[in-house]
Design a protein around this ligand. Structure first.
Ligand SMILES: NC(=O)c1ccc[n+]([C@@H]2O[C@H](COP(=O)([O-])OP(=O)(O)OC[C@H]3O[C@@H](n4cnc5c(N)ncnc54)[C@H](O)[C@@H]3O)[C@@H](O)[C@H]2O)c1
Length: 371
């Protein structure tokens, strides 16, 4: 199969959809990989790396798209990319269509088959192609929080692990899912005193079991949140209510109870944020201060570590890409119901119920198209 990897064009997107190692795997199975010249640069992969893997480098973006049967991307296609898509092509990328009516219509009009990373499911109920980025964001959240606690960043001047004779900082993580567990784990590793709040008892049981009491697990109630606000030096927001905006768990009034220079890191900002005073920020200016509390609310945290994120993303997507390339999309999806959950658009038809409902468009069961 002819597989294309264009350079990402969304503002400040440095990731690329396939590493040279991933390209090598596909080429080894008899597929042809065309990479747009410079596509891997932001993630530290040179054109020469792709060439060494057996890929063909193509400087002309129009040709990269035109010759492809399967297009691999990271971010949702931008308008000029949608215009390059055509019937018979398969697009595999993050789409997040429920928030993008114009993009949804554009993809339907293209006639292409569009598979979204984020709607593919797993047997354990997780989202295997979202999890790697949540892992990255969770781990980064502690780095970002630790840095924000420094005096020069507006923080209280507190070192997370403390030093002998000085108590460590208190870190509270709200939401103990993928982001939350990874944040908590990093904070523990740095020697902080860590508490995780969640609404899910099974989730708290898992964490308790896994970390053998080294982090406190607390059922998330208004009382628990108030205590966290009073006691914590760093609070990381990592909640997710699937399909809904994040609940505002810390209000502006509650900031007055926080220690001056304490830090809020709102990882859930991409779902609207779980603190009332959160607003999206960028890596160029990641923090701002409200009522003496430092806020870090970067909506695309993994973008700052494009190399690690690219490798983690390719590791997770590659088995699906191999299936698509080896079998074609229909057979690959017919063989794997979890992969089939990734089908959002095919030949003008919308196959993802939540997106159809969001925009009042007709919904067609993916199964009817897969056969
Ligand atoms: N900013 C970024 O760059 C970035 C990157 C990756 C993920 N995210 C976001 O991080 C958030 C968390 O993602 P995830 O993959 O960890 O989700 P997840 O589903 O694995 O975990 C979410 C957890 O929140 C818990 N929860 C729900 N409501 C709660 C409440 N009121 N109080 C306490 N806990 C509650 C759930 O029980 C669950 O355990 C999502 O909004 C996701 O989109 C942001």
């Amino acid at each position: 199969m002819q597989i294309a990897v264009p350079k990402e064009i969304k503002n400040h997107e440095y990731r690329v959809a396939l590493t040279p190692s991933g390209a090598r795997e596909l080429i080894g199975r008899g597929h042809a990989v065309v990479v747009q010249a410079g596509a891997g640069e932001g993630a530290g992969f040179s054109d020469a790396d792709y060439e060494a893997a057996g890929a063909r480098l193509e400087p002309d973006v129009a040709r990269v798209w035109a010759e492809a049967e399967l297009v691999l991307k990271v971010k949702e296609p931008q308008p000029e990319e949608v215009a390059r898509l055509s019937k018979g092509q398969t697009l595999f990328t993050y789409l997040h269509l429920a928030a993008e009516q114009e993009l949804t219509r554009g993809l339907m009009e293209s006639g292409a088959t569009c598979l979204a990373y984020e709607t593919i499911t797993a047997a354990d109920g997780g989202l295997p192609l979202l999890a790697p980025m949540s892992t990255v964001a969770g781990r980064m959240a502690v780095q970002a929080g630790a840095h924000s606690l420094e005096k020069a960043q507006g923080g209280a001047g507190v070192l997370l692990p403390g030093v002998p004779g000085v108590a460590p900082a208190r870190v509270t993580v709200i939401g103990g899912g993928v982001v939350g567990e990874n944040a908590a784990r990093m904070a523990l590793g740095l020697g902080a005193e860590v508490t995780v709040l969640d609404k899910s008892i099974p989730r708290l049981e898992t964490l308790d079991d896994r970390y053998q009491g080294r982090m406190k697990t607390v059922f998330s109630t208004a009382d628990a949140l108030e205590e966290a606000v009073r006691e914590s030096d760093l609070i990381i927001g990592a909640v997710l209510v699937p399909g809904a905006a994040a609940p505002k768990l810390i209000t502006r009034a509650m900031l007055a109870e926080m220690k001056p220079g304490s830090v809020l890191v709102d990882v859930a900002i991409d779902q609207g944020g779980c603190f009332e005073t959160s607003r999206p920020t960028t890596h160029a200016e990641p923090t701002y201060v409200v009522d003496g509390v430092v806020h870090y609310c970067v909506a695309n945290m993994p973008g700052a570590v494009a190399r690690t994120s690219t490798q983690a993303l390719t590791n997770a997507t590659l088995p699906f890409v191999v299936a698509l390339a080896d079998k074609g999309w229909q057979q690959a999806l017919a063989d794997d119901a979890h992969f089939a959950a990734g089908l959002n658009v095919h030949d003008g038809q919308l196959t993802y119920r939540a997106v159809a409902e969001a925009f009042g468009l007709e919904y067609v069961e993916a199964d009817r198209l897969i056969g």
